[in-house]
Write a protein that binds this ligand. Structure first.
Ligand code: ADP
Length: 478
Protein backbone atom coordinates (compact mmCIF):
# COMPACT_ATOMS: atom_id res chain seq x y z
CA UNK A 1 0.00 0.00 0.00
CA UNK A 2 1.33 3.40 -0.90
CA UNK A 3 2.12 5.43 2.15
CA UNK A 4 0.33 8.73 2.29
CA UNK A 5 2.50 11.79 2.91
CA UNK A 6 1.39 13.95 5.76
CA UNK A 7 0.45 17.41 4.58
CA UNK A 8 1.22 20.49 6.65
CA UNK A 9 -2.51 21.00 7.33
CA UNK A 10 -2.69 17.45 8.75
CA UNK A 11 0.22 18.15 11.06
CA UNK A 12 -1.45 21.36 12.20
CA UNK A 13 -4.75 19.65 12.87
CA UNK A 14 -2.94 17.03 15.03
CA UNK A 15 -1.08 19.79 16.82
CA UNK A 16 -4.35 21.67 17.42
CA UNK A 17 -5.78 18.62 19.17
CA UNK A 18 -2.83 18.54 21.59
CA UNK A 19 -3.17 19.53 25.24
CA UNK A 20 0.35 20.89 25.05
CA UNK A 21 1.31 24.34 23.79
CA UNK A 22 3.25 23.84 20.56
CA UNK A 23 5.21 26.68 18.96
CA UNK A 24 7.41 26.70 15.86
CA UNK A 25 9.99 29.48 15.77
CA UNK A 26 13.04 30.51 13.75
CA UNK A 27 16.59 31.07 14.95
CA UNK A 28 15.75 34.72 15.75
CA UNK A 29 12.93 33.63 18.05
CA UNK A 30 10.12 34.75 15.76
CA UNK A 31 7.07 32.55 16.19
CA UNK A 32 6.00 31.08 12.84
CA UNK A 33 3.25 28.79 14.02
CA UNK A 34 1.22 28.34 17.25
CA UNK A 35 -1.30 25.56 17.82
CA UNK A 36 -4.85 26.19 19.06
CA UNK A 37 -3.95 25.40 22.65
CA UNK A 38 -1.17 28.04 22.62
CA UNK A 39 -3.45 30.72 21.20
CA UNK A 40 -6.13 29.96 23.73
CA UNK A 41 -3.88 29.60 26.78
CA UNK A 42 -1.76 32.68 26.05
CA UNK A 43 -4.65 34.92 25.02
CA UNK A 44 -2.99 36.27 21.85
CA UNK A 45 -5.17 34.66 19.20
CA UNK A 46 -3.75 34.87 15.66
CA UNK A 47 -1.42 37.66 16.76
CA UNK A 48 0.76 35.03 18.44
CA UNK A 49 2.27 34.11 15.08
CA UNK A 50 3.85 37.55 14.77
CA UNK A 51 5.59 38.02 18.10
CA UNK A 52 8.92 36.77 19.40
CA UNK A 53 9.41 33.87 21.80
CA UNK A 54 11.19 36.09 24.34
CA UNK A 55 7.93 38.05 24.84
CA UNK A 56 6.43 34.87 26.24
CA UNK A 57 9.50 34.10 28.40
CA UNK A 58 10.74 37.50 29.65
CA UNK A 59 12.51 36.01 32.65
CA UNK A 60 14.40 33.34 30.71
CA UNK A 61 14.99 34.87 27.26
CA UNK A 62 14.88 38.69 27.42
CA UNK A 63 18.23 40.28 26.41
CA UNK A 64 19.11 43.97 26.90
CA UNK A 65 20.54 44.26 23.37
CA UNK A 66 17.41 42.77 21.80
CA UNK A 67 19.21 39.68 20.48
CA UNK A 68 17.63 36.24 20.81
CA UNK A 69 19.46 33.59 22.96
CA UNK A 70 18.71 30.55 20.78
CA UNK A 71 20.93 28.16 22.75
CA UNK A 72 19.14 29.02 25.99
CA UNK A 73 15.74 28.66 24.34
CA UNK A 74 16.58 25.16 23.10
CA UNK A 75 17.78 24.03 26.51
CA UNK A 76 14.82 25.20 28.60
CA UNK A 77 13.08 22.45 30.55
CA UNK A 78 11.01 24.58 32.92
CA UNK A 79 10.06 28.22 33.16
CA UNK A 80 7.29 30.80 33.46
CA UNK A 81 5.17 31.70 30.48
CA UNK A 82 3.43 35.09 30.28
CA UNK A 83 0.00 35.68 28.76
CA UNK A 84 -0.91 38.76 26.77
CA UNK A 85 -2.76 40.17 29.80
CA UNK A 86 0.41 40.00 31.93
CA UNK A 87 -0.57 36.98 34.04
CA UNK A 88 1.73 33.96 34.00
CA UNK A 89 1.87 30.24 34.73
CA UNK A 90 4.62 27.65 35.25
CA UNK A 91 5.48 25.28 32.41
CA UNK A 92 7.57 22.23 31.74
CA UNK A 93 9.03 22.10 28.25
CA UNK A 94 11.14 20.41 25.65
CA UNK A 95 12.53 21.95 22.46
CA UNK A 96 13.38 20.21 19.24
CA UNK A 97 15.69 21.52 16.52
CA UNK A 98 14.21 21.07 13.09
CA UNK A 99 16.62 22.45 10.43
CA UNK A 100 16.52 26.23 10.59
CA UNK A 101 13.23 26.06 12.46
CA UNK A 102 12.58 24.84 15.95
CA UNK A 103 9.70 23.38 17.91
CA UNK A 104 8.85 24.08 21.51
CA UNK A 105 6.43 21.90 23.49
CA UNK A 106 5.21 23.32 26.79
CA UNK A 107 2.66 22.12 29.31
CA UNK A 108 0.98 24.24 31.97
CA UNK A 109 1.87 22.60 35.29
CA UNK A 110 -0.08 25.03 37.46
CA UNK A 111 -2.69 22.38 38.16
CA UNK A 112 -0.02 19.82 38.97
CA UNK A 113 1.71 22.32 41.26
CA UNK A 114 -1.64 23.01 42.92
CA UNK A 115 -2.22 19.24 43.42
CA UNK A 116 1.27 18.89 44.90
CA UNK A 117 0.61 21.83 47.19
CA UNK A 118 -2.66 20.23 48.25
CA UNK A 119 -0.87 16.95 48.97
CA UNK A 120 1.75 18.70 51.07
CA UNK A 121 -1.04 20.52 52.92
CA UNK A 122 -2.92 17.25 53.48
CA UNK A 123 0.24 15.55 54.75
CA UNK A 124 0.88 18.43 57.14
CA UNK A 125 -2.71 18.30 58.35
CA UNK A 126 -2.49 14.54 58.87
CA UNK A 127 0.75 14.90 60.81
CA UNK A 128 -0.86 17.61 62.91
CA UNK A 129 -3.93 15.41 63.57
CA UNK A 130 -1.69 12.49 64.52
CA UNK A 131 0.33 14.76 66.81
CA UNK A 132 -2.82 16.07 68.48
CA UNK A 133 -4.15 12.52 68.82
CA UNK A 134 -0.93 11.25 70.34
CA UNK A 135 -0.79 14.17 72.75
CA UNK A 136 -4.41 13.46 73.63
CA UNK A 137 -3.64 9.78 74.24
CA UNK A 138 -0.58 10.71 76.31
CA UNK A 139 -2.64 13.17 78.40
CA UNK A 140 -5.62 10.90 78.86
CA UNK A 141 -3.53 7.90 79.84
CA UNK A 142 -1.56 10.07 82.24
CA UNK A 143 -4.79 11.44 83.74
CA UNK A 144 -6.17 7.90 84.05
CA UNK A 145 -3.08 6.57 85.70
CA UNK A 146 -3.28 9.05 88.60
CA UNK A 147 -6.72 7.96 89.91
CA UNK A 148 -5.95 4.26 89.30
CA UNK A 149 -2.77 4.56 91.36
CA UNK A 150 -4.73 6.52 93.97
CA UNK A 151 -7.38 3.81 94.30
CA UNK A 152 -4.72 1.11 94.45
CA UNK A 153 -2.75 2.98 97.11
CA UNK A 154 -5.77 3.53 99.35
CA UNK A 155 -6.92 -0.08 99.02
CA UNK A 156 -3.42 -1.33 99.84
CA UNK A 157 -3.48 0.86 102.98
CA UNK A 158 -6.82 -0.59 104.02
CA UNK A 159 -5.50 -4.12 103.52
CA UNK A 160 -2.37 -3.39 105.52
CA UNK A 161 -4.46 -2.04 108.38
CA UNK A 162 -6.40 -5.30 108.57
CA UNK A 163 -9.92 -5.91 107.31
CA UNK A 164 -12.56 -8.61 107.69
CA UNK A 165 -11.93 -11.67 105.45
CA UNK A 166 -15.00 -11.08 103.26
CA UNK A 167 -13.92 -7.44 102.71
CA UNK A 168 -10.39 -8.58 101.96
CA UNK A 169 -11.63 -10.74 99.11
CA UNK A 170 -13.42 -7.76 97.54
CA UNK A 171 -10.43 -5.48 98.04
CA UNK A 172 -8.14 -8.07 96.46
CA UNK A 173 -10.40 -7.94 93.42
CA UNK A 174 -10.18 -4.12 93.39
CA UNK A 175 -6.37 -4.39 93.42
CA UNK A 176 -6.45 -6.87 90.53
CA UNK A 177 -8.74 -4.57 88.56
CA UNK A 178 -6.37 -1.64 89.17
CA UNK A 179 -3.42 -3.73 87.95
CA UNK A 180 -5.32 -4.73 84.82
CA UNK A 181 -6.25 -1.13 84.19
CA UNK A 182 -2.61 -0.03 84.59
CA UNK A 183 -1.51 -2.72 82.13
CA UNK A 184 -4.08 -1.50 79.61
CA UNK A 185 -3.04 2.14 80.07
CA UNK A 186 0.61 1.21 79.53
CA UNK A 187 -0.29 -0.76 76.40
CA UNK A 188 -2.23 2.14 74.91
CA UNK A 189 0.63 4.52 75.66
CA UNK A 190 3.20 2.18 74.11
CA UNK A 191 1.03 1.63 71.09
CA UNK A 192 0.56 5.33 70.44
CA UNK A 193 4.30 5.96 70.88
CA UNK A 194 5.16 3.15 68.47
CA UNK A 195 2.67 4.51 65.93
CA UNK A 196 4.20 7.97 66.15
CA UNK A 197 7.65 6.41 65.60
CA UNK A 198 8.78 7.87 68.93
CA UNK A 199 9.99 4.67 70.45
CA UNK A 200 13.68 4.53 71.26
CA UNK A 201 15.39 1.22 71.98
CA UNK A 202 17.99 1.60 74.72
CA UNK A 203 21.46 0.13 74.58
CA UNK A 204 22.56 -0.75 78.10
CA UNK A 205 24.49 -3.58 79.66
CA UNK A 206 22.40 -6.17 81.52
CA UNK A 207 22.59 -9.71 82.85
CA UNK A 208 20.60 -11.75 80.34
CA UNK A 209 20.15 -14.86 82.53
CA UNK A 210 19.01 -12.76 85.46
CA UNK A 211 16.49 -10.99 83.25
CA UNK A 212 14.97 -14.27 81.99
CA UNK A 213 14.98 -15.70 85.51
CA UNK A 214 13.26 -12.62 86.90
CA UNK A 215 10.61 -12.65 84.15
CA UNK A 216 9.84 -16.29 84.89
CA UNK A 217 9.84 -15.61 88.63
CA UNK A 218 7.08 -13.01 88.28
CA UNK A 219 4.89 -15.57 86.50
CA UNK A 220 5.51 -18.35 89.03
CA UNK A 221 2.55 -17.48 91.30
CA UNK A 222 0.16 -17.67 88.32
CA UNK A 223 1.83 -20.88 87.06
CA UNK A 224 1.57 -22.52 90.47
CA UNK A 225 -1.97 -21.34 91.01
CA UNK A 226 -2.99 -23.13 87.83
CA UNK A 227 -1.01 -26.26 88.67
CA UNK A 228 1.16 -25.89 85.55
CA UNK A 229 4.85 -26.59 85.20
CA UNK A 230 7.53 -24.52 83.52
CA UNK A 231 10.85 -25.42 81.98
CA UNK A 232 13.46 -22.86 80.91
CA UNK A 233 16.54 -23.68 78.87
CA UNK A 234 19.14 -21.19 77.77
CA UNK A 235 21.92 -22.40 75.53
CA UNK A 236 25.09 -21.91 77.61
CA UNK A 237 26.98 -20.39 74.67
CA UNK A 238 24.90 -17.26 75.20
CA UNK A 239 27.01 -14.87 77.27
CA UNK A 240 25.75 -13.69 80.62
CA UNK A 241 26.13 -9.98 79.90
CA UNK A 242 24.57 -8.38 76.85
CA UNK A 243 23.93 -4.86 75.66
CA UNK A 244 20.39 -4.00 74.63
CA UNK A 245 17.03 -2.87 75.93
CA UNK A 246 16.43 -5.06 78.97
CA UNK A 247 13.07 -3.48 79.77
CA UNK A 248 11.64 -4.03 76.31
CA UNK A 249 12.99 -7.56 76.00
CA UNK A 250 11.39 -8.31 79.36
CA UNK A 251 8.12 -6.85 78.11
CA UNK A 252 8.23 -9.04 74.98
CA UNK A 253 9.11 -12.25 76.83
CA UNK A 254 6.59 -11.49 79.53
CA UNK A 255 3.83 -11.01 77.00
CA UNK A 256 4.43 -14.44 75.44
CA UNK A 257 4.85 -16.06 78.83
CA UNK A 258 1.74 -14.54 80.39
CA UNK A 259 -0.32 -15.45 77.32
CA UNK A 260 1.00 -19.01 77.61
CA UNK A 261 -0.05 -19.12 81.26
CA UNK A 262 -3.39 -17.44 80.53
CA UNK A 263 -4.37 -19.85 77.75
CA UNK A 264 -3.13 -23.11 79.33
CA UNK A 265 -4.98 -25.05 81.97
CA UNK A 266 -3.33 -28.47 81.73
CA UNK A 267 0.32 -29.29 81.10
CA UNK A 268 3.33 -27.05 80.92
CA UNK A 269 5.17 -24.13 79.41
CA UNK A 270 8.60 -24.33 77.90
CA UNK A 271 11.02 -21.49 77.17
CA UNK A 272 14.07 -22.15 75.01
CA UNK A 273 16.70 -19.60 74.07
CA UNK A 274 19.43 -20.36 71.54
CA UNK A 275 22.07 -18.36 69.73
CA UNK A 276 21.48 -18.33 65.99
CA UNK A 277 24.13 -15.90 64.83
CA UNK A 278 27.17 -14.04 66.03
CA UNK A 279 29.17 -11.55 64.07
CA UNK A 280 31.88 -9.76 66.02
CA UNK A 281 30.06 -8.54 69.09
CA UNK A 282 26.63 -8.68 67.51
CA UNK A 283 24.55 -11.65 68.55
CA UNK A 284 21.16 -12.97 67.43
CA UNK A 285 19.06 -14.78 70.01
CA UNK A 286 16.16 -17.05 69.15
CA UNK A 287 13.39 -17.56 71.71
CA UNK A 288 10.66 -20.18 71.66
CA UNK A 289 7.80 -20.01 74.16
CA UNK A 290 5.59 -23.10 73.87
CA UNK A 291 2.55 -24.17 75.81
CA UNK A 292 0.05 -27.04 75.95
CA UNK A 293 -2.91 -24.66 76.01
CA UNK A 294 -6.04 -24.03 73.97
CA UNK A 295 -4.11 -23.40 70.73
CA UNK A 296 -5.01 -21.18 67.77
CA UNK A 297 -6.66 -22.26 64.51
CA UNK A 298 -5.09 -21.31 61.13
CA UNK A 299 -7.84 -18.70 60.45
CA UNK A 300 -7.36 -17.18 63.88
CA UNK A 301 -3.62 -17.06 63.33
CA UNK A 302 -4.04 -14.43 60.59
CA UNK A 303 -5.63 -12.07 63.07
CA UNK A 304 -2.78 -12.26 65.56
CA UNK A 305 -0.34 -9.35 65.81
CA UNK A 306 -2.96 -6.90 64.53
CA UNK A 307 -3.85 -4.12 66.92
CA UNK A 308 -6.97 -4.57 69.04
CA UNK A 309 -7.44 -8.10 67.69
CA UNK A 310 -8.40 -10.98 69.83
CA UNK A 311 -8.88 -14.05 67.75
CA UNK A 312 -12.31 -14.76 69.13
CA UNK A 313 -14.79 -12.56 71.02
CA UNK A 314 -15.56 -15.33 73.52
CA UNK A 315 -11.87 -15.29 74.47
CA UNK A 316 -12.15 -11.63 75.50
CA UNK A 317 -15.04 -12.50 77.79
CA UNK A 318 -13.29 -15.47 79.34
CA UNK A 319 -9.68 -14.30 79.56
CA UNK A 320 -9.84 -10.46 79.34
CA UNK A 321 -7.21 -8.31 77.60
CA UNK A 322 -7.23 -5.63 74.93
CA UNK A 323 -5.66 -7.52 72.03
CA UNK A 324 -2.86 -4.94 71.95
CA UNK A 325 -0.16 -7.11 73.53
CA UNK A 326 0.98 -9.00 70.44
CA UNK A 327 0.71 -5.95 68.15
CA UNK A 328 3.07 -4.04 70.45
CA UNK A 329 5.30 -7.06 70.93
CA UNK A 330 5.73 -7.52 67.18
CA UNK A 331 6.74 -3.89 66.70
CA UNK A 332 9.16 -4.03 69.63
CA UNK A 333 10.76 -7.17 68.19
CA UNK A 334 11.14 -5.46 64.82
CA UNK A 335 12.76 -2.47 66.52
CA UNK A 336 15.25 -4.96 67.99
CA UNK A 337 15.94 -6.18 64.42
CA UNK A 338 14.09 -9.46 64.77
CA UNK A 339 10.89 -11.12 63.68
CA UNK A 340 8.18 -13.27 65.17
CA UNK A 341 6.44 -16.48 64.17
CA UNK A 342 3.68 -18.66 65.56
CA UNK A 343 3.00 -22.39 65.23
CA UNK A 344 -0.12 -23.73 66.80
CA UNK A 345 -2.71 -26.44 66.69
CA UNK A 346 -6.17 -25.91 68.11
CA UNK A 347 -6.61 -27.83 71.35
CA UNK A 348 -2.97 -28.94 71.50
CA UNK A 349 -0.93 -25.85 72.21
CA UNK A 350 1.00 -22.95 70.74
CA UNK A 351 4.59 -22.13 70.09
CA UNK A 352 5.58 -18.50 69.63
CA UNK A 353 9.13 -17.92 68.40
CA UNK A 354 11.01 -14.67 67.89
CA UNK A 355 14.50 -13.39 67.32
CA UNK A 356 16.25 -10.24 68.52
CA UNK A 357 19.70 -8.78 67.99
CA UNK A 358 21.85 -7.59 70.87
CA UNK A 359 25.50 -6.86 71.51
CA UNK A 360 27.85 -8.84 73.70
CA UNK A 361 29.15 -6.73 76.60
CA UNK A 362 32.90 -6.33 77.06
CA UNK A 363 32.58 -8.07 80.44
CA UNK A 364 31.19 -11.18 78.74
CA UNK A 365 33.90 -11.14 76.09
CA UNK A 366 36.59 -11.24 78.79
CA UNK A 367 35.08 -14.13 80.77
CA UNK A 368 32.93 -16.63 78.87
CA UNK A 369 31.47 -18.50 81.81
CA UNK A 370 27.99 -17.91 83.15
CA UNK A 371 28.96 -17.17 86.74
CA UNK A 372 25.72 -17.39 88.69
CA UNK A 373 23.16 -20.17 89.16
CA UNK A 374 19.61 -19.18 88.42
CA UNK A 375 16.64 -20.75 90.11
CA UNK A 376 14.44 -21.34 87.08
CA UNK A 377 16.99 -21.80 84.31
CA UNK A 378 18.53 -25.03 82.95
CA UNK A 379 17.15 -27.33 85.60
CA UNK A 380 17.23 -30.35 83.29
CA UNK A 381 13.68 -31.31 84.11
CA UNK A 382 12.17 -34.28 82.36
CA UNK A 383 9.10 -33.24 80.42
CA UNK A 384 7.20 -35.03 77.68
CA UNK A 385 7.68 -33.76 74.14
CA UNK A 386 5.18 -31.25 72.85
CA UNK A 387 4.10 -33.73 70.17
CA UNK A 388 2.70 -35.91 72.94
CA UNK A 389 0.18 -33.47 74.32
CA UNK A 390 -2.52 -36.11 73.74
CA UNK A 391 -0.90 -38.19 76.48
CA UNK A 392 -2.23 -35.76 79.06
CA UNK A 393 -5.70 -36.83 78.11
CA UNK A 394 -5.01 -40.55 77.50
CA UNK A 395 -6.31 -42.04 80.70
CA UNK A 396 -3.69 -43.93 82.68
CA UNK A 397 -0.52 -42.64 80.94
CA UNK A 398 2.14 -41.37 83.40
CA UNK A 399 1.54 -37.82 82.03
CA UNK A 400 -2.20 -38.17 82.64
CA UNK A 401 -1.76 -39.57 86.15
CA UNK A 402 0.66 -36.81 87.06
CA UNK A 403 -1.73 -34.12 85.80
CA UNK A 404 -4.72 -35.60 87.65
CA UNK A 405 -2.62 -35.81 90.79
CA UNK A 406 -1.52 -32.19 90.53
CA UNK A 407 -5.05 -30.92 89.84
CA UNK A 408 -6.52 -32.95 92.74
CA UNK A 409 -3.97 -31.42 95.05
CA UNK A 410 -4.83 -27.88 93.87
CA UNK A 411 -8.53 -28.61 94.08
CA UNK A 412 -8.52 -29.74 97.68
CA UNK A 413 -6.45 -26.69 98.67
CA UNK A 414 -8.93 -24.36 96.99
CA UNK A 415 -11.84 -26.16 98.61
CA UNK A 416 -10.24 -25.85 102.04
CA UNK A 417 -9.95 -22.06 101.68
CA UNK A 418 -13.33 -21.94 99.92
CA UNK A 419 -11.87 -20.35 96.78
CA UNK A 420 -14.76 -21.77 94.78
CA UNK A 421 -14.04 -20.04 91.44
CA UNK A 422 -10.56 -21.52 91.27
CA UNK A 423 -11.79 -24.84 92.62
CA UNK A 424 -14.33 -25.01 89.82
CA UNK A 425 -11.58 -24.57 87.23
CA UNK A 426 -9.60 -27.46 88.72
CA UNK A 427 -12.68 -29.69 88.99
CA UNK A 428 -13.34 -28.92 85.33
CA UNK A 429 -9.71 -29.80 84.42
CA UNK A 430 -10.06 -33.12 86.26
CA UNK A 431 -13.28 -33.89 84.40
CA UNK A 432 -11.42 -33.30 81.09
CA UNK A 433 -8.48 -35.44 82.19
CA UNK A 434 -10.70 -38.45 82.94
CA UNK A 435 -12.69 -38.11 79.72
CA UNK A 436 -11.37 -41.51 78.53
CA UNK A 437 -11.71 -43.25 81.93
CA UNK A 438 -14.29 -45.90 82.81
CA UNK A 439 -17.86 -44.65 83.25
CA UNK A 440 -17.99 -44.65 87.07
CA UNK A 441 -14.90 -42.42 87.28
CA UNK A 442 -16.30 -40.06 84.66
CA UNK A 443 -19.57 -39.86 86.55
CA UNK A 444 -17.75 -39.14 89.81
CA UNK A 445 -15.72 -36.35 88.24
CA UNK A 446 -18.89 -34.85 86.80
CA UNK A 447 -20.62 -34.90 90.21
CA UNK A 448 -17.54 -33.39 91.81
CA UNK A 449 -17.64 -30.48 89.38
CA UNK A 450 -21.34 -29.93 90.08
CA UNK A 451 -20.85 -29.90 93.87
CA UNK A 452 -17.90 -27.56 93.60
CA UNK A 453 -19.90 -25.26 91.33
CA UNK A 454 -22.58 -25.07 94.02
CA UNK A 455 -19.90 -24.29 96.62
CA UNK A 456 -21.13 -27.17 98.78
CA UNK A 457 -18.14 -27.98 100.96
CA UNK A 458 -19.33 -31.23 102.58
CA UNK A 459 -20.64 -32.80 99.41
CA UNK A 460 -17.57 -31.67 97.47
CA UNK A 461 -15.18 -33.23 99.98
CA UNK A 462 -17.17 -36.49 100.02
CA UNK A 463 -17.20 -36.59 96.22
CA UNK A 464 -13.52 -35.71 96.11
CA UNK A 465 -12.65 -38.63 98.40
CA UNK A 466 -14.78 -41.04 96.47
CA UNK A 467 -13.21 -40.03 93.14
CA UNK A 468 -9.73 -40.32 94.60
CA UNK A 469 -10.47 -43.81 95.86
CA UNK A 470 -11.82 -44.88 92.48
CA UNK A 471 -8.76 -43.49 90.74
CA UNK A 472 -6.38 -45.19 93.18
CA UNK A 473 -8.08 -48.46 92.54
CA UNK A 474 -7.99 -48.02 88.79
CA UNK A 475 -4.55 -46.58 88.14
CA UNK A 476 -2.76 -46.94 91.49
CA UNK A 477 -0.83 -44.20 93.31
CA UNK A 478 -3.03 -41.19 94.11
P1 ADP B 1 -4.15 -9.43 75.01
O1 ADP B 1 -3.37 -8.20 75.23
O2 ADP B 1 -5.64 -9.22 74.98
O3 ADP B 1 -3.74 -10.64 75.79
P2 ADP B 1 -2.62 -10.38 72.77
O4 ADP B 1 -2.33 -9.48 71.64
O5 ADP B 1 -1.50 -10.71 73.70
O6 ADP B 1 -3.89 -9.80 73.50
O7 ADP B 1 -3.21 -11.74 72.19
C1 ADP B 1 -4.25 -11.68 71.24
C2 ADP B 1 -5.00 -12.97 71.17
O8 ADP B 1 -4.16 -14.02 70.68
C3 ADP B 1 -5.50 -13.49 72.51
O9 ADP B 1 -6.72 -12.90 72.88
C4 ADP B 1 -5.66 -14.97 72.21
O10 ADP B 1 -6.87 -15.21 71.53
C5 ADP B 1 -4.54 -15.27 71.23
N1 ADP B 1 -3.36 -15.86 71.92
C6 ADP B 1 -2.21 -15.24 72.26
N2 ADP B 1 -1.34 -16.09 72.84
C7 ADP B 1 -1.95 -17.30 72.88
C8 ADP B 1 -1.57 -18.60 73.37
N3 ADP B 1 -0.37 -18.84 73.95
N4 ADP B 1 -2.46 -19.61 73.24
C9 ADP B 1 -3.68 -19.40 72.66
N5 ADP B 1 -4.10 -18.20 72.18
C10 ADP B 1 -3.25 -17.15 72.28
Amino acid sequence: MEQEMLQEEDVHSFADASLEIILRFDSNGRILYANARAKEELGYGEELETISLDTLFPAELHQEDGSFPLETALKMTEGTMYRKNGTCFPVEMAAKVNGSQHLLFAINVARQVETERKLVRMKEEMEETLKVRNEFVANVTHELRTPVNGVRGHVTNLLENGVAPEVRETLDIVIRCCDNMSAIINNILDFSKLEAGKFVIEEKEFNFYKMVNHTVETSIPAINAKGLRIMVNIDKVIPEYLIGDELRLTQVLNNFLSNAVKFTSVGYINIEVTKTLQFDDEIELFFVVSDTGIGISPEEKDKLFKSFSQVDASITRKYGGTGLGLAITKQLIELMHGNVHVDSEKGKGSSFSFSVRMHVAQKARDEHQVSEQFEFINQNQEMPGFDNVEKFFQFGTPENVQEIDSKLEKLILCMEVEAWDKAENFAHNIKELVEQAPKDIKRSAFRLEMNVRKGDYDKSVAQFNSLRAQLAENIGGM
